[in-house]
Design a protein around this ligand. Structure first.
Ligand SMILES: Nc1ncnc2c1ncn2[C@@H]1O[C@H](COP(=O)(O)OP(=O)(O)OP(=O)(O)O)[C@@H](O)[C@H]1O
Length: 308
């Protein structure tokens, strides 16, 4: 299969700090690759290196098999990208901004601007100055610019930042249409871990500059574990008591105690007894399948620890 985007051991070191370390990605034609990680994990730095915006300390990138360097500038004709908060001319309207971009990208059809505004639901804001747009609509304008010239490869750094839930669904559907119906290869990064899993065909988890795991999205459901969720009037102390008793536990994103310990899951009554004995009677005790967000956080916790 044709590898459209490839990075080979990309590394960026800032004054002795490894922002990105040996990241090797390979993305096939028509794939939507979700590059996920917490804030500061190294997503933007990797994407900037891939796009040739910053020089890697080590490693190389390839687009359509061609090395990313100043000589191969023509590789960018087929690439659309948006990195971090997109820049637009603040005093120009949405339409004027897109018109400037159409000319820069040498797109001959004047309809291209109207079409892309339509696609991104920007038509009603056509005459609004870029500086007056909401964050979500500024983001839409950034995405519109990235796809105006109908690229074969689309690289979007945090594209759903600032969008409301309905906007997130719209962008998800747009990306799926581009990939599945038009064969566009997409790399999309996000710190919204489970959101990206809904659109990606393959997921790469980055943490502290290192690629921890790559997963085919269709495999995801098989990887979800059972977990025991506990609530009490003092979860921090109760989790610490459970951990000392041999049931490694922590506080999850909802403020509840969470454990993946097999014995605890098979015998929640033991956990209940232990907590009552320790004067932290549980007010809630449920065994359930972990959700995607929790799965990604678990991988980051477990594999991240192993790398230290
Ligand atoms: N120019 C720079 N000089 C020094 N450190 C930097 C520089 N750029 C990024 N970093 C550091 O490198 C690490 C990775 O940053 P990066 O922006 O790539 O993360 P990210 O995954 O994109 O995060 P976010 O989701 O918050 O955008 C961070 O610790 C950041 O502070």
């Amino acid at each position: 299969m044709l590898q459209v985007i490839q990075t080979n051991k990309l590394t960026k070191i800032y004054k002795g700090f490894d922002a990105v370390k040996n990241v090797s990605l390979s993305i096939n034609k028509g794939e939507i690759y979700g590059f996920i990680g917490l804030n500061g994990a190294g997503k933007t730095t990797t994407i900037r290196m891939l796009l040739g915006m910053i020089r890697p300390t080590q490693g190389t990138s390839y687009i359509n098999g061609k090395k990313v360097n100043h000589k191969n500038y023509n590789i960018w004709e087929k690439v659309g990208y948006m990195v971090e908060t997109p820049y637009s001319y603040p005093e120009l309207t949405v339409e004027e901004n897109l018109e400037v971009y159409r000319r820069l990208r040498m797109v001959s059809s004047p309809d291209a601007v109207l079409n892309v505004m339509n696609l991104l639901n920007l038509t009603q804001y056509a005459r609004k100055k870029a500086k007056d747009l909401s964050l979500g609509n500024a983001q839409r304008l950034g995405i519109a610019k990235s796809i105006l010239h109908k690229p074969e490869i689309l690289i979007l750094d945090e594209p759903v930042n600032g969008l409301d839930p309905a906007g997130i669904v719209e962008i998800r559907e747009l990306l799926q249409d581009l990939a599945f119906n038009q064969g566009v290869t997409i790399l999309i990064s996000s710190h919204l871990l489970s959101e990206v899993a809904k659109v990606a065909t393959k997921i790469g988890i980055i943490h502290e500059g290192q690629l921890l795991q790559e997963i085919e999205s269709i495999q995801l459901n098989k990887l979800l574990n059972q977990r025991l969720i506990i609530d009490s009037f003092d979860n921090k102390s109760a989790a610490s008591k459970l951990s000392s008793a041999g049931y490694p536990s922590w506080i999850n994103k909802d403020g509840l105690i969470e454990t993946y310990n097999k014995k605890a899951i098979e015998h929640p009554e033991e956990i209940s007894r232990l907590l009552v004995y320790q004067s932290f009677p549980p007010t809630k005790l449920i065994v359930e399948e972990e959700d995607l967000e929790s799965y990604f956080l678990r991988i980051i916790r477990e594999k991240g620890e192993m790398l230290k």
